[in-house]
Design a protein around this ligand. Sequence first.
Ligand SMILES: [Zn+2]
Ligand SMILES: [Zn+2]
Length: 133
Amino acid sequence: MNIVSLLKEKGFRVTKPRLEIIKVLSNYPLSAEEIHDALDKKNIRVDLASVYRSLELFVKMSVVYSIELGEGKKRYELVNKNYHHHHLICNKCGTIEDVEMNEINFDKKINEKSKFLIDHHHLEFFGLCQDCQ
Ligand SMILES: [Zn+2]
Ligand SMILES: [Zn+2]
């Protein structure tokens, strides 16, 4: 199901700003400021506070997830169950790369050890990208 029908189903109004925010979001983790800038470039005027509010709403609905990459701010990315990936963050230039992985055994092993039932996980790796090495 796409996000728009999910929003409607849950009784949320699909306003133009919300729709535009969804369009800007992707698998690349963007900060609220970056989303705001992207909307600005498309001549869509939405204030930063509403961008934050919409993002938090999407997070609550599990269509977007937020991550903290040690910058003191959140980044937002679309939830894509078919694309399990992790982030490689360059300490020098701040580039964020995706690495596609599917380590089901990892979750299984944790469950065996702790009996914790894992729903999902995020893993971030910090280091130097190829250009910065
Ligand atoms: Zn780099
Ligand atoms: Zn994983």
